[in-house]
Design a binder for this molecule. Sequence first.
Ligand code: CIR
Length: 253
Amino acid sequence: MFTRAIVRTPCRAMVDGLTSADLGLPDYAKALHQHHDYVQALEECGLQVSVLPADEAYPDSTFVEDVALMTPRCAILTNPGAPTRRGEVASMRATLAHFCTHIENIDAPGTVEAGDIMMVGEHFYIGLSERTNEAGAVQMIAILQKHGMQGSMVELTEVLHLKTGLGYLEHNNLLACGEFLHKPEFQAFTLLEVEPDEAYAANSVWINSTVLTPKGFPKTRQMIATAGYKIREVDVSEFQKLDGGLSCLSLRF
Ligand code: CIR
């Protein structure tokens, strides 16, 4: 069960955010509206949501998931692989100090963005991507082990972050697409195969028995419903324009 979430209001500078998507510039007013509905969806799942103010210094700062990994036993501040995002960590450190007793850090030359980390119980799969390097993953695993948890590395090449292509829905059910469908480490899961034309919806999020899924992906929505989950759709089109998925807009703990 999760009880809390932290989000950050998107800033006007989000139009300068990093992206490889060819979907045009985000509409700021629409992004604010969508973010508001996202917060409401988290509240509907029973979470108490802390909404941090927009930070114009960091265009990608609404994607709070990348700067910290929340675990049941500690929080781990990351060192983002994207240089323009490293400064986001300091303010998250101050925020987490209100919620967490044990706060750890990833240090250079290690880099980690927590969009690359998928929690399955007390095991954490860590994607090695353009943003998360092996030195960072090694540090992350050592910290997890210090707190009685485990981690393992997963190579990825096709997507930005591990959770761009994977979404763990608890009960051994794993949404997956592309390169993740055939990786040996995921074969023991019940794989819910997301079709390539709906790949964005692989980043759906389980929160206290409800699955938040992006609006506009009917086949994936139907597959999740057939698997027995209650669904809450959220329109996040303006964040998709910045390669951001549903999970990256919040820290849940
Ligand atoms: C970035 O490229 O860093 C942002 N524009 C998007 C981050 C998305 N985060 C995530 O998938 N966890």
